[in-house]
Design a protein around this ligand. Structure first.
Ligand code: SIN
Length: 492
């Protein structure tokens, strides 16, 4: 990254909590380090929050709620539009900040800014379309209607893999609906989220409407625990792992908070013999290697029909071997470092386990220690089987295991043989098969001859243990609204 870009990124760095429109240090005075995954160098020290900080954030959000929910939808939309414009104005600096703390190549970071901002623009428009219903009359003298109201204070807990997009797609619908927000970004990447909240304030989001606290891995459970126990928080929205999602659902059950949980996946990618194989390779590269494989919708298991297995593996491995790995500072990098040492260790463990159980390395299959401790080579493994760890857990890295299958039924059965159901993909040119398989796959999202699924206009979310709730699209606001039934009598 050029010195100039890094300097731009640094203009956006703030290192304290943002509560009630003020930058405040953590009540306990503690801080924790945010480091660059490419170099291990310190980027900033930020507030390490405790329950008192979490409580102060809810106090502010609860106090701001009556005023914000009473604003006109078109006024909330105007604030969101200004926020959208400010995000795009800062595209380069924000992308550089993402690269600094998360490691994704600059071009991908720039893409994430546009992607994240698109949710802000989308929900600015949706704010003005929150309709209710006048229910067809059932009795003379009585009028029944249903109106939609903001659910209240929302707690948003977000992951490190898309430090801007994931928090934008929670905060934007919450604000559009008239809710107020307390947010906690992932400990690996709090800086982009803090910058985003600063821009929201500049755009005119009033004091207390949007509050953010940062917390280290060690402090997060207690800080978030405060929100879970607080009955003023009416909704939890979370993107992250399934075990944490289950914990949040259990703990928020005491006060029956509404929850949206976008959790782990184990995405299947099926290549049928009637597929356009070049298109399937292109789609797989796009889906698998975006963010170095660190996405919940990243294909984790690639099923290839036996008759085209050899040809597909050759085509794919040749392309994967060409991928350039390196730091975000090198404009030629297509894959950056993994987020932390735990992530690389998990990838290495999955590959070792696969090799012990009979997999064959077609390309990659090793750490790239010469680049740094967080790098792993883009990898293709042949002869994958259901016994291997990488078939049963999300690898969350640049590893493609290839499984062979014979029949459509076998492929669909294997694809569905997982507790998870977020994304799935298949390639086929047979229209009847396309219809059958898209309906048979147990997933919230199906990519059909397409590897790039993300869009603010589409409902993003899973089934089974990948969670519930939808983000984006016309459905995305529902999670932040409750329906009130009004029954008015004595009208005759
Ligand atoms: C995720 O990894 O959770 C989200 C990916 C996306 O928005 O495409």
């Amino acid at each position: 990254m050029s010195m100039n870009l890094e300097l731009q990124a640094r203009t956006l760095i703030r290192d304290n909590n943002f509560i009630n429109g003020q930058w405040v240090a953590a009540a306990g005075g503690r801080r924790f380090a945010v480091t660059d995954p490419a170099t291990g160098k310190l980027v900033a020290d930020v507030a390490d929050s405790c329950p008192a900080d979490a409580r102060a954030a809810v106090d502010a959000a609860a106090a701001a709620l009556p005023g914000w929910r009473a604003t006109l939808p078109k006024d909330r939309a105007a604030v969101l539009r200004r926020w959208h414009a400010l995000i795009l104005e800062q595209q380069d600096a924000l992308a550089a900040l993402i690269s600094l703390e998360q490691g994704k190549p600059l071009a991908e970071g720039r893409g994430e800014i546009v992607y994240g901002a698109s949710y802000v623009a989308w929900f600015a428009d949706e704010a003005t379309r929150i309709y209710g219903d006048l229910i067809p009359q059932q009795q003379r003298g009585k009028r029944m209607s249903a109106i939609k109201e903001p659910i209240g204070v929302v707690a948003a807990i977000t992951p490190w893999n898309f430090p801007l997009a994931m928090i934008a797609r929670k905060i934007a619908p919450a604000l559009a609906a008239g809710c107020t927000v307390v947010a906690k970004p992932a400990e690996d990447t709090p800086l982009t989220a803090i910058a985003l909240v600063m821009l929201a304030h500049r755009a005119g989001v009033p004091d207390g409407v949007l509050n953010l606290i940062s917390a280290s891995r060690e402090s997060a459970v207690e800080a978030v625990g405060e929100w879970l126990a607080d009955s003023r928080v009416r909704k939890i929205t979370f993107t992250g792992s399934t075990p944490v999602g289950k914990y949040l659902a259990r703990e928020s059950a005491n006060s029956l908070k509404k929850a949206s949980l976008e959790l782990g996946g184990n995405a299947p990618f099926i290549v049928f013999e009637d597929a356009d194989l070049d298109a399937a390779v292109t789609g797989l590269l796009a889906a698998k290697f975006r963010n170095g494989g660190q996405t919940c919708v990243s294909p984790n298991r690639v099923y290839v029909q036996r008759s085209v297995y050899a040809r597909f593996s050759t085509l794919l491995s040749a392309k994967v071997a060409e991928l350039r790995v390196g730091p975000a500072s090198d404009p030629a990098s297509q894959i950056g470092p993994m987020i932390n040492v735990r992530a690389v260790e998990k990838i290495a463990r999955h590959v070792e386990d696969a090799l012990v159980n009979g997999a064959l390395v077609l390309t990659g299959g090793r750490r790239l220690a010469e680049l740094g401790p967080h790098y792993y080579a883009p990898t293709v493994l042949a002869n994958a089987t259901s016994r291997m760890l990488l078939c049963n857990e999300e690898t969350f890295g640049p590893v493609v295991p290839l499984f062979a299958f014979d029949t459509e039924q076998e492929a669909v059965q294997a694809a569905n043989d997982t507790p998870f159901g977020l994304a799935s993909y298949f390639y086929s040119q047979d229209v009847r098969r396309i219809d059958r398989v898209s309906r048979a796959l147990e997933a919230g999202i199906v990519g059909i001859n397409e590897g790039a699924l993300a869009s603010e206009a589409a409902p993003f979310g899973g089934v089974k243990e990948s969670g519930y709730g939808r983000e984006g699209s016309k459905y995305g606001l529902d999670d932040y609204l409750s329906i009130k039934y009004l029954c008015q009598g004595g009208l005759e």
